[in-house]
Design a protein around this ligand. Sequence first.
Ligand code: AHM
Ligand code: MG
Length: 346
Amino acid sequence: MKTKLYKPSDSSIAYSVGTTLDRFIKIKQNEFSFASGELSQILRDIALAAKIVNRETNRAGLANIGGAFGQTNVQGEEQQKLDVIANIRFTRALTKGGEVCAVVSEEDDEVIDLQNGSGKYVVAIDPLDGSSNIDVNISIGTIFSIYRRVTPVGSPIQPEDIMQPGNQQVAAGYVLYGSSTMLVYTTGHGVNGFTYEPSLGEFFLSHPNMCAPKGGDIYSINEGTSNLFEPGLKKYIELCKERQFSARYIGSLVADFHRNLLKGGIYIYPATSKSPKGKLRLLYEANALAFIAEQAGGMATDGYGRILDIKPTSLHQRTPLYIGSPDMVVEAENFLKASLEKVAEK
Ligand code: AHM
Ligand code: MG
């Protein structure tokens, strides 16, 4: 039979739609240290749930799914209806995908055993972060960490499968439901971002190899509680003001983190005299973003040490968070340490 070789066609007539998330995962599969199909399946499950949550958030003002659910979660915070919906969507997708045996979620007080006997992975997730912003139409996000379980596959899930430090993550990511919806993830080989194309129902590679600027001029912190900050942090914030840095704080961690990752800046949720451990949770908020920050050339600490080296002791434990451009995180940390040393000298 006569054949002719395929030549890339004229892109002015039919432009290339780009690389889908699925295709990208396949291209990069040799970078994953475990069976590649497993991770692809988990990311595919998360992407599917993210598309559904995206659809729900987009019509939240029309459907009766805005507002409070009428219950509080384990943190004592009022659950929004969309918190509950997102939790169901992600947990269901991960259950059906079959690769994940257990889920730790902000919305559940205990570890959820998915009863997937062959599941080798554990996922920690904040299904919908910043959900107090839903009803006022401000960006919200999903944050996830993926770990390999350490006890034998098929046996009952153990605390050591769950209480792994962030440096054991095999992948992590976030979904930002913003002016467009994006999924950003890492498997420990750099960070890549994908933008959702609603008419095709696919995430496409839009931000390859994301890199955090070394320095920056944005600081993101809720200054309303500044009288409760430790002295070193107060001084660092003063310095930001002397330098006329921009104060930008949406109150949606994923959105604040994403902006600073692209533009250069620091996000701080500090320890205060009232909340010595801050507000954010280690397992399903800080760890994932710390892994991404480091993979993009940024930094993440609790003000004194690396987030990824913290050994968790409880499921919903909190940690202060200093995250973003490395020069800014180091400088903030130096202020905290210098203040402590002064107190010690006295
Ligand atoms: P949530 O998990 O209950 O949504 O809380 C986390 C959110 C972050 O997205 C955000 O950065 C922070 O809480 C804002 O808290 P505050 O209002 O204390 O500044
Ligand atoms: Mg949260």
